[in-house]
Design a binder for this molecule. Sequence first.
Ligand code: NAD
Length: 379
Amino acid sequence: MDYTQQKIRVKIQKVVRYVRLFGLIRTLTKVQAHYHMKKEFVGRQSLPVPSGPTGKHVGILGCGKFAYANVAYYVHKKYGSVIRGVMDTDLNKAISLAQRYRADYYTTSAEEVINDPHIDLIYIVSNHASHAEYAIAAIRLGKAVHIEKPHVVNEDQLIRLCAAIREHNGRVRLGFNRPESALGLLLKQYLDAQSGSSMINWFVAGHAIEADHWYFAEEEGGRILGNLCHWIDFTLRLIPAQNRFPIQIIPTRSRQSDCDISVSYVFGDGSIGIITFSAKGHTFEGVRETLNAHKGNLLANLSDFSELRLDINSTVVRRRLRFRNHGHKQSVLKSYLMQTDESKRDSVAMIWESGYLILKTKEALDTSTIISVAGFRDS
Ligand SMILES: NC(=O)c1ccc[n+]([C@@H]2O[C@H](COP(=O)([O-])OP(=O)(O)OC[C@H]3O[C@@H](n4cnc5c(N)ncnc54)[C@H](O)[C@@H]3O)[C@@H](O)[C@H]2O)c1
């Protein structure tokens, strides 16, 4: 829903609720991001790439709401004016983001940013079909790359992306943020401390997306690749790596293959993961998500990444955060550290397995068939 077009009463209600959920600064940044998308700079042209160094070294491809309110916001807040070049197919978005975060230049040419020798880290925050293509070109030139979700929209892209990473020892991190959140990390730590198989059950109410939104364009992959990928990837990461494969994917769908669906996974160790994704009316507080998990003596309940309850026998551990924390800040900043710290990158096995499971989940739901997937083979 476009809140900039709503009545003043609705706008105030939304802002008040968001201040309670996310805090004042985050809410203001989200509001600014919506107005950023409306800015127009009539008659302006791309700025040329400066010929020499300027002390800035970060590039951003795609300057929409997420780039503005999360990627550029957290990088700029933590590291200051380090964003050198920004690109968007819509120059207005690139100019607006460049002005707000003091980039040296803005352009509609991805090649200019990717080929800029003074940029060593690129955040890819554009439409889904372009992610892997931009990433492969950047990896070939030795840049570190943060790829927003989903990293690929088809198997051919996944094969070429993983080949480029292996060939060029690519430094790549996927923008899956939930595993980096404070409560996500704590949940994983407690689950790993238990033995045996897990039962993991998500109920997600997705925010309403207009039927003509670009997520639904054929080449962009729809909501399985655009939204469900978050919980598919996180569920996979919650199962210890050695216990994951083979995975059986069992789809349940109704009229649509990517809204109002449920998908079950049976993992190699007998663990079961179930994701129920409901997309109906408007959700005023954004995406709502609840996780219930059971493993060994641990019973876990996570609500909207703001509350976590862990029961371990007679012990109860509770964490209640002041504001929702989905791990966006941690994810964006972890990618920044990839340049100096090898451990921050995702392994090629993780990039393959996460991407393959997401693509095969889409196929299972599209065709209403049960599909079994194997793990990454390092051949
Ligand atoms: N990690 C998260 O929680 C999270 C949340 C929201 C969005 N995202 C991801 O961030 C990315 C951007 O989403 P958004 O919400 O900002 O969307 P948006 O619609 O607000 O912005 C997308 C921007 O990309 C630009 N664009 C389109 N095609 C392009 C191309 N080929 N090259 C460069 N720019 C192009 C558009 O002009 C637009 O400015 C998507 O991959 C989305 O899935 C991640």
